[in-house]
Design a protein around this ligand. Structure first.
Ligand code: NAP
Length: 501
């Protein structure tokens, strides 16, 4: 199809390349080599901000997954036999090599996801390096536990689980992949990664980096492709022992269905619809800024984003006025501009989904306080743009207030009492995170303890200590990763009981 005709008809501009720039064809990384996939099917990788194609990702098939799993299986005994200290040294080498590519990671991530370069540096590049460095330290310090009995000693050693499937989404590509790869290989497993087909670039960069530093072949393998074509065969593969999945709740259910009959070890980090509770004794200026960041970081495409904002009625009007002003002043546009605060949404399909929720909010009785499609000029005309959107007057039972939208859309709700705030916060099927904003820390903690989620921040949001457990309850997931919880998940404890003479 003629690309211009394609764009004029309003569909995704599927094959517009920058003048004279051919798209980069990615390859799988299996057994220490970059290899072609076994068919000739490709998917175009588009810049969310412009619609330009800049790469093609292989649409691998089960045969490719088999080869990758076999390579991981073959490498596991030798890799698993290394000491914790030796594997920690490898993690540090990876961190050093990634740190040398800090700017490249940020630039690729910004191009691939449409997020602002400043965010890609501060969050994505920074955490990708830190994840390897952090787990290197934790694994080096890891000590086997012992339990003494009157006549025996129990030693608990942590053994690798085996071959791990690591499946990651598009919103924080290398950040989340490194969050899994580091503890998985650190504890002696070998892995097969399947990044989102929408954002494969930094996963490819990680493979190049591992190749350059000479990580033993087969320890980390990568199969590109779609969820159905590559993800599903990986999670159901009989020679995969563990699945660590981060993504949407509906996909998580499919992954659980595939993994459960084979009793694979499973961790599911899924969607969220997190409440932000604003009490009338908060510091209003700081809270407005914190709540705006929680609602709109990465254009709301963070599982932890506070997309339901519950405001005590005594300060509702004052808070909403200041909040709307703060949000309207956010700078949306060219992701490579240092001043940009909000970039493009990941894809035209996702934009359409988010916009359908904004339309639904109108039908459900909501009032749009700010939002809409910003007018973008020049090459950004074909990007996936939506201004930060605030919706008031929706019932807390409405679909827009309970379902995950995963875009720059927040809903506002009034509450009178602590109990009412907790009831609204708990009134969704999700249970990932939340935040409470108050001048009374005892009240903040009391409320936090009643919120049915895995994480609650008080007077802050996304303030991360990598040692703490990360994960959710209800439809937001199963299990915890982070710190020693990751080390536990990516290992099998073996108890050896030594009877004394
Ligand atoms: P998604 O559609 O569920 O995809 C996640 C990953 O699973 C992608 O690599 C996808 O591949 C793959 N996949 C799709 N179908 C599969 C199947 N049947 N078997 C195995 N793998 C399959 O999620 P997304 O749209 O990428 O990400 C957004 C979601 O992730 C949101 O719901 C967000 O809340 C959640 N999330 C959660 C956390 C957390 O820590 N709790 C963190 C970040 C994001 P393709 O992309 O190639 O189809």
């Amino acid at each position: 199809m003629d690309p211009d005709e394609c764009c004029d008809s309003g569909c995704v501009p599927c094959e517009r390349d920058r003048d004279g720039v051919a798209p980069l064809d990615l390859e799988n990384y299996i057994g220490g080599k970059f290899v072609s996939h076994s068919n000739d099917d490709w998917l175009n990788v588009l810049e969310p901000a412009t619609g330009y194609r800049f790469a093609r990702v292989p649409l691998s098939e089960p045969k490719d997954v088999d080869t990758a799993v076999a390579a991981a299986r073959a490498a596991q005994p030798d890799w698993g036999a290394l000491s914790h200290a030796e594997r920690a040294d490898w993690l540090d080498r990876i961190a050093d090599a990634l740190e040398a590519k800090y700017e490249e990671i940020a630039t690729l991530e910004s191009q691939d996801t449409g997020k602002p370069i400043s965010l890609a540096r501060e969050v994505d590049a920074h955490r990708s390096v830190t994840n390897f460095r952090f787990f290197a330290g934790l694994i080096r310090e890891h000590v086997e536990e012992q339990f003494e009995m009157a006549d025996a000693t129990n030693i608990v050693i942590s053994k690798p689980v085996g071959v791990a499937a690591l499946i990651t989404p598009w919103n924080l590509p290398l950040y989340l992949l490194s969050w899994k790869v580091a503890p998985a290989i650190g504890m002696g497993n070998t892995v097969v990664c399947k990044p989102s087909e929408l954002t494969p670039m930094t996963a490819n960069l990680l493979m190049e980096t591992l190749h350059e530093i000479g990580l033993p072949a087969g320890v980390v393998n990568l199969v590109h492709g779609s969820g159905e074509g590559a993800g599903a065969p990986l999670t159901s593969h009989p020679d995969v022992d563990l699945v660590s999945f981060t993504g949407g709740t509906a996909t998580g259910a499919k992954v659980a269905e595939a993994a459960a009959p084979q009793f694979k070890k499973l961790s599911l980090e899924l969607g969220g619809k997190n409440a932000t509770i604003v009490f009338d004794d908060c510091d209003i200026e700081k809270t407005v800024n914190g709540v705006a960041r929680a609602g709109f970081l990465n254009s709301g495409q963070v599982c932890l984003c506070g997309s339901r904002i519950l405001i005590q009625e005594t300060i509702y009007d004052e808070f909403v006025g200041k909040f709307v002003d703060a949000v309207k002043s956010m700078k949306i546009g060219d992701p490579s501009d240092e001043a940009t605060e909000l970039g493009a949404l990941i894809s035209a399909e996702h934009l359409e989904k988010v916009e359908s929720y904004v339309a639904l909010a109108g039908e459900e009785g909501g009032t749009l306080l700010t939002g809409g499609n910003p007018a973008m000029a020049g090459e950004f005309e074909h990007g996936n743009w939506l201004a930060p959107t605030i919706i008031a007057d929706l019932s807390t039972d409405s679909r827009c207030s309970r379902e995950e939208i995963f875009g720059p859309v927040v809903t506002l709700h009034k509450f009178e009492s602590e109990d009412e705030a907790v009831a609204i916060a708990n009134g969704t099927d999700y249970g990932l995170a939340g935040s409470v904003w108050t001048g009374d820390l005892a009240k903040g903690q009391r409320v936090a303890e009643k919120i049915h989620t895995g994480m609650v921040w008080i007077n802050t949001w996304l303030h991360r200590d990598l040692r703490v457990p990360f994960g959710g309850v209800k439809n937001s997931g199963v299990g915890r990763e982070g710190g020693r919880w990751s080390l536990g998940f990516f290992s099998e404890p073996l108890n050896i009981c030594l009877k004394h003479d």
